[in-house]
Design a binder for this molecule. Structure first.
Ligand code: NAX
Length: 327
C-alpha cells in the first residue's frame, strides 16, 4: 500500500468540516489507494465538540483512514503536512465592521502561514476555503515567504461547480457534458462566471444560450448562490463547499482531465491583466500536483470589464490588510 499522506484541516468542528473530513477519509479526495492521516485544528472551545466528530470518524471504520489527531496548536497540526485545508475562519459577528473581520482573520491566517512554513512537509499544498478566502490565502502566503507561491490557493471551485450546474440545467445537458467553464477574480459577489469558452457536449455554449440569459440570469445566479442557499436553508453552503474543496484538491493533486480545465484561485503571475501577487481565480490545468494558467484565451468585453471590477476589489482588500501590517 502507499504510505499515508498527511492532511491538516482547520475548523474541524464546523459545518463544512462535518462533510469534508468524511469525504477525505472515504478516499474521495486523494483516491481509493491513498491512505490518509488527518490532523484536525480547532480553537480550544471547540475541541470537545470536535471529539464527537472524531468518534464518528472512528465509527465509520474507513479503511483508508490511518490516523486522526486533534489539536488547538497550529504548529502541531501542520507538522509534516502534505495538504493544509484552511477552512476555519472567524465569522462576521453582529456589529462587526469589515475591517474588524479582516483583522481577526488576518491574525489567524498569518499565524497559520508561519506554522505551515515552520513545520509542513516540503510537498505542502495549501487550500484556503475560509472567507475572505482569496485575501486569507494572500496573508498566509505573505507569512510563509520560503514556500513557493504556487503552493498557495483559495477555493473558487464551488463557484465553478455552481456555474457548470446552471449551464447544464439551462441546456438540459448532463453536468459531465460541460467542459471549459471559468470563474475569474475574487470569491465574492464580484466573481466572474464565464461560459464564453465552455463546451456543452462539444458545442460552444454561446451558440446554445442567449447573451441576455448569461447577463441577467447566469452570472447573477452563480454569484449570489451562497446567499440563496442561506435564505433557503438558514445556514451557509456546507456540503457543496466541502465537495468543492475535495474537487479542488483532487484536481490539483491528481490532475485535470484531458481537454478540460478547472477554476482555482492562485497567486497571479500577471496573466490576463491581474496584477502579480494577487490571489485571483483563473482557468487552470494541473498535472501531478503542479498547475498552470490556461494561456491565450480571448476575453469577451463583458467578462474583461467584470474582471477589472473584481480585481479592483482584490486590490482594495490587499490594501486594507497591508494597512493592518499583515503583508
Ligand atoms: P463554521 O462556523 O460552521 O465552522 C468554522 C469552524 O472554524 C468553527 O468550528 C470554528 O471554531 C473554527 N475556527 C475558527 N477559528 C479557527 C482557528 N483560528 N483555527 C482553527 N479553527 C478555527 O463555518 P463553516 O460553515 O464550516 O465555514 C467555514 C468557512 O468557509 C467560513 O469562513 C465560510 O465563510 C467559508 N466558506 C467558503 C466558501 C468558498 O467557496 N470559498 C463557501 C462556503 C463557506 O461560506
Amino acid at each position: 500500500a502507499n504510505p499515508p499522506v498527511t492532511v491538516a484541516v482547520s475548523g474541524g468542528a464546523g459545518q463544512i468540516a462535518y462533510q469534508l473530513l468524511f469525504r477525505i477519509a472515504a478516499g474521495d479526495m486523494l483516491g481509493p489507494d491513498q491512505p490518509v492521516r488527518l490532523r484536525i485544528l480547532e480553537i480550544p472551545d471547540a475541541l470537545p465538540a470536535l471529539e464527537g466528530v472524531v468518534m464518528e470518524l472512528q465509527d465509520a471504520a474507513f479503511p483508508l483512514l490511518a490516523s486522526v489527531d486533534t489539536t488547538a496548536d497550529a504548529p502541531v497540526a501542520f507538522e509534516g503536512a502534505d495538504h493544509a485545508l484552511l477552512v476555519g475562519a472567524r465569522p462576521r459577528g453582529k456589529g462587526m465592521e469589515r475591517s474588524d473581520l479582516l483583522a481577526a482573520n488576518g491574525a489567524i491566517f498569518q499565524a497559520q502561514g508561519r506554522a505551515i512554513q515552520a513545520r509542513a512537509s516540503d510537498r505542502i499544498r495549501i487550500t484556503v476555503t475560509g472567507n475572505p478566502a482569496n485575501t486569507n490565502a494572500l496573508i498566509a502566503a505573505a507569512a510563509a515567504p520560503d514556500i513557493p507561491r504556487e503552493r498557495f490557493s483559495a477555493l473558487t471551485r464551488l463557484d465553478h461547480n455552481r456555474a457548470v450546474a446552471q449551464l447544464a440545467a439551462k441546456t438540459r445537458a448532463a453536468v459531465g457534458d460541460i467542459r471549459r467553464m471559468i470563474v475569474w477574480g475574487n470569491h465574492s459577489t464580484t466573481q466572474v462566471p464565464d461560459l464564453t469558452h465552455a463546451l456543452v457536449a462539444g458545442e460552444p455554449a454561446t451558440e446554445l444560450v442567449e447573451r441576455g440569459w448569461v447577463r441577467d440570469e447566469f452570472v447573477p445566479t452563480v454569484a449570489n448562490r451562497g446567499a440563496a442557499v442561506i435564505a433557503a436553508r438558514g445556514a451557509s453552503s456546507a456540503a457543496s463547499a466541502a465537495s468543492a474543496t475535495v474537487d479542488h484538491v483532487r484536481s490539483w493533486a491528481l490532475g485535470t482531465p484531458e481537454g478540460d480545465w478547472t477554476s482555482m484561485s492562485v497567486v497571479s503571475r500577471g496573466d490576463y491583466g491581474v496584477p502579480e501577487g494577487l490571489v485571483s481565480s483563473f482557468p487552470v490545468t494541473a498535472v501531478g500536483g503542479d498547475w498552470s494558467v490556461v494561456e491565450g484565451l480571448e476575453l469577451d468585453a463583458d467578462v474583461a470589464a467584470q474582471l477589472r471590477a473584481s480585481v479592483a476589489e482584490l486590490e482594495e482588500e490587499r490594501d486594507q490588510v497591508r494597512a493592518l501590517g499583515l503583508l
